[in-house]
Design a binder for this molecule. Sequence first.
Ligand SMILES: Cc1cc2nc3c(=O)[nH]c(=O)nc-3n(C[C@H](O)[C@H](O)[C@H](O)COP(=O)(O)OP(=O)(O)OC[C@H]3O[C@@H](n4cnc5c(N)ncnc54)[C@H](O)[C@@H]3O)c2cc1C
Length: 492
Amino acid sequence: MIEGGLAALERRVAEDLERIAYPRSAWVPPRRDADGRRVLDVLIVGGGQGGIAVAHGLMRARVANIRIVDQAERGLEGPWLTYARMATLRSPKEVNGPDLDVPSLTFQAWFEAQRGADAWATLNKIAKEDWADYLLWLRRVLSLPVENGVEFRGVEPAGELLRATLLHRSDGRVETVLARKLVLATGIEASGRWWTPPVVEALDRRYWAHTGEAIDFAALAGRRVAVLGAGASAFDNAATALEAGAAEVAVYCRRPALQRVQPFKWLSFPGFLGHFAELEDAWRWRFMNHLLSLREAFPRETWDRAARHPGFRLETGAEWRRCETVGDTVRLETPRGVFEADFLIVGTGFDVDLPRRPELAGVAEHVALWSDRYAPPAGEENPRLARYPYLGSTYEFLEKQPGAAPWLRHLRLFTYATTVSFGPSGASINAMKFAAPRLVAGIVRDLFREDVETHWESLRAYDLPEFLLPGEEGETAPVKPVLDRLVGGRFG
Ligand SMILES: Cc1cc2nc3c(=O)[nH]c(=O)nc-3n(C[C@H](O)[C@H](O)[C@H](O)COP(=O)(O)OP(=O)(O)OC[C@H]3O[C@@H](n4cnc5c(N)ncnc54)[C@H](O)[C@@H]3O)c2cc1C
């Protein structure tokens, strides 16, 4: 029996938010376009966990004139119910992130309110369906206005503002919106593309898929499947194929042995997660070159889920040097001989490559990359890392050529592509409580600085006495916030 259930928890959330609401007045002076319409303070693209965490932080900072758009249907944001083929999150269940450290907003609070503390105590890891449900719940209790089915198509400067183009997928309507700031919380692949080795890419599409895509697993029943990659996604896809009745599934990897040590567990401490970005470039590069060159190890459940099937095989030291179709069979040449399969699944991750993104046309070419700012010493070169953006201290894009696109500072990135600059940050649950507040602080700082003259005038016009003397009439502070009087209406 769970006393009060979710309804009681939601009352607690409301109380908690009320207790930390100070200072509560809206403070960002409104900007209007030529037609008198209010310009957005922030447009957030992406209503996954990253976009939600940022929106949560902004609302708490009383930056409420925001929109959050997501091209996916409601509930299908992020990978959880689409191409994430694991049963549970890989993170430990205690990880807390988009709650931004409000205890009643944590996953644990949400889970216990519905299933009880005993169920939490015996839970191993968080089911991905629960995580997706929890994110929807957060949106609701935080009143975050995510607009689904709205695709961000591009952005350009408009004086001191940004003009973003949005496509409403339901009716094909194209909308342009003016915003002061833009946050791209668009997910792992949206800073580049899923990466497939050229030997596979050259094959007819009938014979292969990437783990980041929709795959018809039912069609693999009775067939031989070869999976490339030694990461968690490769194994999750292998297990899904076996569960769908594949006759045999072999996982191939280049390494001589599976990586079973999880370096991302090592780095989960406040010094690293909170302050990695402040290290010198040489250290940031060295750490990330090491960490991103290792595969992330996966949890035991992932291994067990695939390995329990008799049709499962692991082929180490066996990268695919050549792939060719012979009839309906794919021949795979590896250093350990030739193998055959009917269908290939590649779990080879993604490549950060901003210029590939159509929605970043006109933007990407101006963005400073690590290759523009840092030359690693001999032995530490890494062309894949060199393509990551070299970001400013609060996730803003910096210019490749100083002065060529000063408006870039209004755009912030909150995806995996922040990793070389910040370590785990956008896109990692374990880092979110450090990363989202830093990004939010940058926006709040800039909104304040850019309006400093208005704030100065506001201060000089501030004439509300704390109390009235006998015989005086009028208002006293703080009944009517001063900025309201200056612009003739309440902010927010
Ligand atoms: C299979 C898988 C398993 C993972 N498991 C874990 C884990 O256990 N623990 C962990 O810490 N991390 C995990 N991660 C990493 C990370 O937590 C997830 O990728 C997470 O979804 C990142 O959150 P996000 O908000 O940055 O991106 P997403 O959740 O991907 O959300 C981005 C949103 O942006 C929207 N979008 C993209 N482009 C546009 C556009 N042009 N216009 C409008 N909307 C757009 C998308 O529709 C999407 O909903 C996993 C990643 C994957 C792929």
